[in-house]
Ligand binder design. Structure first.
Ligand SMILES: O=CC(=O)O
Length: 337
């Protein structure tokens, strides 16, 4: 009896979720579909979407305790109005690489730090950019439909596609995603040029300060930059016409970098050759005109959706929050002033 008692480990008091550091979440980020439990074990998640209270009331109730927020590009924008309801907020962690859903000016004014997905998605996003491009040139999705609809047997051989090797690729935004795209397409024998806010010293690809000139000297434009006031609708009709009738555009950045109405018009009227699009201006709405076009390949903003990326993302997000609560440097800080 006595030895039994000695071998029973003492019961540790259970950690209640309210003992954990609080993290406010307005809307579940996609990573919660797979790894929410990992977050819940470490943090007391204040879930606005599960509350019956209107959002502003929910936020007001946590105004003085919530120091950290977790958000994503798919939830409501983290506007100045929301930030102002949270006077104790010192950190916004976003599960996206893009920051366009966060009011950066308000964060800067308030001294709120921002951490993002860093480079965890760059390789997967670059893979999808190349996949979309190959699909447009070699008509993978369109020929799949051809086979499934029984047209091979009745209509015969499929029309010719276009070779990827040798194409002139214009990359718009040579950050970590753009660089991964360039690296991949160079291996396919393509010729890379780019436009970016600044010339990059670590590459010798031709640099164009003007995106229209880049388009005029490219067979393909791949949009890899972030969405900002400067890049919104940067790819307009003028740029698309410069890309030309055979030109192909791929967008894995943000929908609103392209003037979507003008893109649809150029595609419908055959003024550009094709498009591979993972992102749209008003997701999840996609212009219906595009559904009819076999030279357009569509994806539901899923360039980052791989099991591997999501696990890495989860580790990074938790790492950032843990670093914040233990007053250590953030792992993927993008702004701290
Ligand atoms: O679109 C996804 C991201 O910004 O990470």
């Amino acid at each position: 009896m006595a030895s039994d008692q000695a071998s029973t480990p003492p019961r540790l008091p259970e950690i209640q979720s309210h003992d954990l550091p609080q993290v406010i979440v307005l809307h579940p980020p996609p990573v919660f579909n797979y790894f929410k439990d990992l977050f819940s074990k470490k943090f007391h998640l204040l879930k606005a979407w599960e509350s019956s209270l209107p959002r502003h009331e929910f936020l007001t109730n946590h105004a003085h305790s919530a120091q950290a927020m977790l958000c994503s590009g798919t939830g409501p924008p983290i506007s100045a109005d929301i930030i102002r309801l949270l006077p104790s907020l010192s950190l916004v962690v976003t599960t996206s690489a893009g920051l366009n859903h966060i009011d950066l000016t308000e964060c800067r004014n308030r001294g709120i730090s921002i951490a993002n997905a860093g480079e965890v998605f760059s390789e997967d996003v670059a893979d999808l950019a190349v996949g979309l491009l190959i699909d447009v040139f070699r008509k993978v999705s369109a020929s799949d439909r051809y086979v499934r609809h029984g047209l091979w047997a009745t209509k015969g051989d499929y029309p010719l596609g276009s070779k990827l090797g040798g194409k002139r690729i214009g990359i718009v935004g040579l950050g970590s995603i753009g660089f991964q795209v360039a690296k991949r397409l160079q291996a396919f024998g393509c010729n890379i040029s780019y436009n970016s806010r600044k010339r990059k010293d670590f590459v010798s690809y031709p640099f164009y300060t003007n995106v229209c000139e880049l388009a005029a000297n490219s067979d393909v434009l791949i949009i890899c930059c972030g969405l900002t006031e400067q890049t919104r609708h940067m790819i307009n009709r003028e740029v698309l016409l410069a890309l030309g009738k055979e030109g192909v555009i791929v967008n894995i950045g943000r929908g609103a970098i392209i003037h979507e109405k003008e893109l649809v018009q150029c595609l419908v009227q055959g003024e550009i050759g094709g498009a591979g699009l993972d992102v749209f201006e008003n997701e999840p709405d996609v212009p219906k005109e595009l559904f009819e076009l076999d030279n357009v390949v569509l994806a539901p903003h899923m360039a980052v959706f791989t099991t591997e990326s999501f696990k890495d993302l989860c580790d990074l997000m938790i790492g950032n929050l843990e670093a914040f609560f233990s007053k250590k440097p953030l792992l993927s800080l993008v702004m701290n002033e």
